[in-house]
Write a new protein. Structure first.
Length: 352
């Protein structure tokens, strides 16, 4: 098989390789013998680093992937009769193969949203029926930061949801698969829109921001989560050589590499959006935008035939084929030349 080492795409930030500094950190961790299953120096330092970021009460459980983080986290905060209120577009609902429900046994109560974001009012559409033995009990809310539609919760929006959920005895989980992109976009410390805003438990993402593999469950309020050491194991998320997961997370957190990488990805999405808006303003027809570009995603609407011609040259995904909606993602390694060339291809195909 011939590998095109210069291949570039705008389908997903998962398409990007591992950041060189992350690979170097893995190599640096590949020395000597370390106690397995998390009793190693790298995992110990990861806990210290996370406590510096989120507070001394924080507990950290490195895992293999985002689905594992979400399922393990949600399982730890509720009994088997519990249910989770989430946006219908949430990754736990659309892209995890039913794992939260099949593996954990919990129920997802999904709500349609225009922009992928929940509000207290939208939460209440499904947060009801406590004490009704015929209904799965709404015991948690899950929000995604940034959302699957590329939108961003503000600090105040998260705090409002947290206060609303807590007043109803519900736990707030954040799927932070792109938490670094959110931090870069908001320009505030991580704790401002997580623990200080009322988030109880967090799935901390790394793979979409330059890790080879690996995420973490970060418990921000230990009083809400139970059994995580056991749940991580029975969910098949316990790495024997955990130092190599922890080393990657540390590499991203050290010297704010996670912020620099995510900030670059966000800037490349903004550049793509600006180039296309300029083309539209200059008279190019057939392209509109369906969501604001607040992080590293551009959502646009164009004719399917045009999208298919563009895709023959540069890979990306349809989001809603019936509506002609597509998603263009940028990554930590997307270059200015990548963006400018892609924008030119889009304009060329729109004007054919």
């Amino acid at each position: 098989m011939t590998i095109d080492e210069q291949a570039r795409g705008f389908a997903s930030d998962n398409y990007a390789g591992a950041h060189p500094e992350v690979l170097a950190a893995i190599a640096a961790a590949n020395v000597g013998h370390q106690v397995a299953y998390g009793e190693d120096a790298w995992t110990a330092r990861l806990l210290e680093t996370m406590r510096d970021l989120f507070g001394g009460q924080t507990e950290v459980f490195p895992v293999f992937n985002g689905t594992g983080a979400n399922v393990t986290a949600l399982t730890s905060v509720m009994p088997r009769w519990g249910a989770v209120v989430a946006a219908s577009t949430a990754h736990i609902n659309t892209d995890e193969g039913g794992a939260p429900e099949r593996v954990s046994g919990l129920k997802l109560l999904t709500v349609e949203t225009p922009d992928g974001k929940l509000t207290p009012g939208l939460v209440d559409r499904e947060a009801w029926g406590w004490g009704n033995e015929h209904r799965a009990q709404p015991l948690a809310v899950s929000i995604t930061q940034t959302t699957e539609l590329g939108t961003l919760y503000t600090v105040d929006e998260i705090r409002a949801i947290a206060d609303h959920a807590h007043a109803r005895g519900m736990t707030l989980h954040m799927d932070g698969a792109r938490i670094a992109n959110a931090a870069a976009a908001l320009g505030v410390p991580l704790r401002d829109f997580t623990v200080d805003a009322g988030v109880d438990i967090l799935s901390f993402g790394a793979t979409k921001n330059g890790a080879l593999y690996g995420e973490a469950v970060v418990v921000l309020d230990p009083s809400v989560a139970e059994g995580l050491p056991y749940l991580r194991k029975l969910s098949m998320q316990l790495a024997s050589k955990m130092r190599f997961v922890s080393a990657q997370l540390l590499a991203l957190l050290d010297d704010d590499l996670y912020l620099r990488s995510a900030g670059h990805a966000n800037a490349m999405a903004a550049r793509l959006r600006a180039a296309l808006e300029s083309a539209v303003a200059g008279g190019v027809d057939g392209l509109t935008f369906s969501q604001p570009t607040q992080a590293n995603a551009v959502f646009a609407v164009l004719d399917n035939a045009v999208a298919d011609r563009i895709r023959e040259r540069v890979r990306f995904y349809d989001w809603d084929r019936a509506a002609g909606e597509v998603r263009w993602m940028t990554a930590f390694d997307t270059t200015v030349d990548d963006v400018d060339a892609f924008a030119a291809i889009i304009v060329e195909e729109l004007t054919r």
